[in-house]
Design a protein around this ligand. Structure first.
Ligand code: SME
Length: 152
């Protein structure tokens, strides 16, 4: 199944309307995104819990590592640089953290609250090589902004 981002955005907007609790929002976004596309084999959030430290949040898929410093991995790079990480081949990414040996490509986006503060990163892993495009990054970035832009 291939995601229809307009439908996904409408569904998430309806499910999260009026909600401002970050964990509830993360759990809902994770669930809906994960089940929207067969490319998505692991979907979840890593929360900023201290300067330079990420801790796992709501996710779907196999177990994920619990802590990631900003200095490590694709998630750490997204948090450190504040930029989307679009990784067509995880084996070519220096310091990639393999929570599953089957992961071939990855997309990680920074997540900011209504004040612009980095509160998490959103991570999607795929067992398919080069699974993600700028279309995915832009559409998911728009969804994350619309959902978490109300969190204070
Ligand atoms: N691959 C990520 C780690 C999180 S697991 O994929 C769920 C990284 O390199 O930061």
């Amino acid at each position: 199944m291939q995601v229809d981002y307009a439908t996904l955005a409408r569904t998430i907007a309806a499910l999260t309307e009026g909600e401002a609790d970050a964990v509830a929002l993360m759990a809902t976004v994770t669930c809906e995104v994960h089940h929207a596309d067969d490319r998505f084999d692991w979907t979840g959030f890593y929360r900023v819990v201290a300067p330079e430290l990420l801790k796992i949040g709501p996710y779907q898929g196999g177990h994920g590592c619990l802590s990631i410093p900003f200095s490590r991995g694709v998630c750490g790079a997204a948090a450190r640089e504040g930029k989307v990480q679009l990784v067509p081949d995880v084996d070519a990414f220096p310091g990639h953290i393999a929570c599953a040996s089957t992961t071939r490509s990855e997309l990680v986006l920074p997540v900011r609250d209504g004040t612009g503060r980095l509160i998490a990163v959103f991570d999607i892993d795929s067992n398919q090589s080069d699974a993600f495009s700028q279309v995915d990054a832009t559409a998911l970035g728009d969804i994350l902004h619309s959902v978490f832009g109300c969190v204070k």
